[in-house]
Design a protein around this ligand. Sequence first.
Ligand code: ADP
Length: 303
Amino acid sequence: MNQDKILSIRNISKTYAHGVQALHNISLELPMGMYGLLGPNGAGKSTLMRTLATLQDPDEGEISFMGIDVINQKEELRKTLGYLPQEFGLYAKAKAEDLLDYFAVLKGITNKAKRKELTESLLKQTNLWEKRKHKVGGFSGGMKQRFGVAIALLGNPKLLIVDEPTAGLDPAERVRFLNLLSELGENSVVILSTHIVEDVSELCTKMAIINEGEILSEGEPIELVNNLHGRIWRSIIQKNAFDTITNQHSVISTRLLSGKTVVHIYSEANPGSNFEMVTPDLEDVYFSAINGHIGKASLNPAL
Ligand code: ADP
């Protein structure tokens, strides 16, 4: 099988009942490894994740995963799928080890000894072994997310979908969670949807930027950053100069640094002596895409 095309998403569109077009003609090819789907709230990430996870149908388009027609062979796909939704309810009063054992039974693992071995190894892998006798209702956000991964991994999935997993985690929990995910990306396709640029830059070998239901840019993070070279400029300005700058330049982001405002603009030509060229990073790529400076033109023409 072509390693570059393990998961093929072709011309997927979805309009919800009240007329919101959540996905417009999305096409992507995902290889093995960690893939980042980066976009702001409302971009269409969850709609795409739920479609890949066979929880809803698109209006148009096709998806295939290692020879499985995802839309028409849902049961086949589910055998090899792990899905960690944005929010999931847990039986708060159950102990972690009992609950994981229960989900293993639901997955069809009927042999008790096998189940014990599997749940033990998953609780260790997700760093929850010490907490196995604790009730999941008392878990922190990060522990709940890691427990969600343990559940998602029960069937040894080849496709793992994690929807906005780091939202609401504190920095230490976030790092622990991302490390766990990165271990899983070696022999499976792991799709991580997020609005946090660092999640993608730290972990993913390939990525796409999505906004308003459309893929704006797609490729390896490093390649997307290199493509932007020479086009991001920075100026440190006083607050009252902000309106003038926005009128004259394509501002892509601003942030405060010691009470001053640091502005990044997109410009193909030298914008003048108040600006210095900066080495772009993935955040510049993201904001350039969201603000319409790089976009569909940079897409692989073969798609
Ligand atoms: P994201 O995950 O990137 O925040 P979503 O896929 O949740 O984006 O939402 C994309 C758009 O579709 C938004 O405008 C949202 O309000 C709308 N939407 C999402 N789910 C539903 C639904 N079940 N019914 C109607 N509209 C929805």
